[in-house]
Design a protein around this ligand. Structure first.
Ligand code: KG4
Ligand code: ZN
Length: 350
C-alpha cells in the first residue's frame, strides 16, 4: 500500500464485486455520481443446494464479470480507455470469486495504465452511506456506528475515519442472515429464507412462542444465534406451535437482540454521530424498527442506504476506491486477494 498526497482522478472509476454470490459492476464519476450499475445474483444457481457453493460461485463470476463490466461501461457511454481507476473487492470472501474479480480488475488497470485499488468488502459496506447525495439526511460524519447484518457478516464497527475501524463486537457463531436462513429452512421455506420468513411472520403472533434472546443485556455487543436456532427447531418439533407464530417470535427475538447490541455499541462509542445499517437483513422491517428505536434512544439518526446498496453491489466498491484514491491509497499489482481480511488490518489515511 502506498500513501502519497492524494491523487486527482483523471476519469471515472470501475468497481467490481465478486466476493460471494453476487457478480456486480459499476462506474462512478470521480465525484461519486453513479453513472451505471448492474448486479447479477446467482441465487438460482445455489438455491437447489440450500446455500452458496464456492466452486459454482467462482465459475459463475468468471462467466459473468467481463460481460457485466462491458454492460455498465456501455450504459455509461464509456470505454475502458476513458476510465481513471479500477477498484475490485479483494477480500474478505470466497477465494475463487475474489481471484476472478481482482485479476480481471488488475488486467484492465494494467492494460489501460490505471491505478488499482484492492477494496476490502467490509470497508465498502462501511463507507456506502458517505456516497454524495445518497441520503436525504446527508452523509454521516466520522465517527459513526456501522451495524453490518448480512448472510456472511454480523458486526458492530466503529467507523472512525477512512481506513480506521474498530470492531466492537461480532457473532460468536452464525451471522444473523445465516440464522434467518437456517430458521427458515427448518420452517420448510426456500433459500435464502430471510424474506420468506419475514412474510410468514407477518401473519403470526410474536408473543406466542417463548424463544431465547441470546446475550441480551450482556456486556459488550457480541452476537450469538445458534441457541435461538436450536430453540426454533425444538418449538417446531413439538408440533404444537403454529409455524407463523414461530417465525414471528423468532424475528422478534432477533430484532430485540440486535437493538440491545446496538444500544451497547453506542454506549461504547458515545461520540457516534449516527447508526448506519448495511447488509441484506437491513431489509427486515422488524429489525429496522428495533434499530431505529435504539438509535433514537441514543439521540442519533439511523441511516440506511437504499436496499440495493445495503446488499452486495459494486457501487460501494467503486466509492471505497474513490475515497482511497483521494487519500492517495493505491495498491500494487501483486496484491493478493485475502479470504480473511479483518477491518483492523487495513491501512488507513495518514
Ligand atoms: O447482504 P446480503 O445480500 O448478502 C450477503 O450475505 O453478503 O444478505 C443476504 C442475507 C440472507 O441471509 C437473507 O436471508 C437475508 O440477508 N435477508 C433477510 C431479508 N432479506 C434478506 N433477512 C431477514 N429479513 C429480510 N427481509
Ligand atoms: Zn456484503
Amino acid at each position: 500500500m502506498n500513501a502519497d498526497d492524494g491523487m486527482t482522478l483523471r476519469g471515472p472509476v470501475l468497481g467490481l464485486e465478486s466476493s460471494c454470490d453476487e457478480t456486480a459492476a459499476a462506474v462512478l464519476a470521480p465525484d461519486g455520481i453513479i453513472l451505471a450499475e448492474a448486479v447479477l445474483s446467482q441465487e438460482q444457481e445455489h438455491a437447489v443446494y440450500g446455500g452458496v457453493v464456492p466452486e459454482i460461485a467462482a465459475r459463475a463470476h468468471l462467466a459473468a464479470l467481463p460481460g457485466l463490466a462491458e454492460t455498465v461501461l456501455h450504459r455509461a457511454g464509456l470505454g475502458y480507455a476513458d476510465l481513471g481507476a479500477v477498484a475490485a473487492t479483494s477480500g474478505p470472501g470466497l477465494i475463487g470469486g475474489l481471484i476472478v474479480g481482482a485479476s480481471f480488475g488488475k488486467g484492465v488497470a494494467i492494460a489501460q495504465g490505471l491505478p488499482f485499488v484492492a477494496v476490502n468488502h467490509l470497508e465498502a459496506h462501511a463507507l456506502t452511506a458517505r456516497l454524495p447525495g445518497l441520503l436525504p439526511e446527508g452523509a454521516p460524519a466520522f465517527p459513526y456506528l456501522l451495524l453490518l447484518v448480512s448472510g456472511g457478516h454480523c458486526q458492530c464497527v466503529a467507523v472512525e475515519g477512512l481506513g480506521r475501524y474498530r470492531r466492537l463486537g461480532t457473532t460468536l457463531d452464525d451471522a444473523v442472515g445465516e440464522a434467518f436462513d437456517k430458521a427458515a429452512k427448518l420452517m420448510g421455506l426456500p433459500w435464502p429464507g430471510g424474506p420468506h420468513l419475514e412474510r410468514l411472520a407477518a401473519t403470526g403472533n410474536a408473543r406466542a412462542v417463548p424463544l431465547p434472546r441470546p446475550l441480551l443485556g450482556r456486556a459488550g455487543c457480541d452476537f450469538s444465534f445458534s441457541g435461538l436456532k436450536t430453540a426454533v427447531a425444538r418449538a417446531l418439533a413439538q408440533g404444537t406451535a403454529r409455524r407463523e407464530d414461530v417465525a414471528a417470535s423468532f424475528q422478534a427475538s432477533v430484532a430485540a437482540v440486535l437493538a440491545d447490541r446496538a444500544r451497547h455499541a453506542l454506549g461504547m462509542m458515545p461520540v457516534a454521530t449516527a447508526v448506519v445499517v448495511a447488509g441484506g437483513v437491513a431489509a427486515n422491517g422488524a429489525v429496522r424498527t428495533a434499530l431505529a428505536g435504539a438509535a433514537m434512544a441514543a439521540g442519533v439518526p439511523m441511516l440506511a442506504p437504499p436496499l440495493r446498496l445495503c446488499t452486495d453491489n459494486a457501487v460501494m466498491v467503486a466509492w471505497a476506491g474513490i475515497e482511497r484514491l483521494r487519500a492517495g491509497l493505491i495498491d500494487p499489482m501483486d496484491h493478493n486477494p485475502r479470504p480473511r481480511w479483518p477491518l483492523a488490518e487495513l491501512a488507513g489515511a495518514a
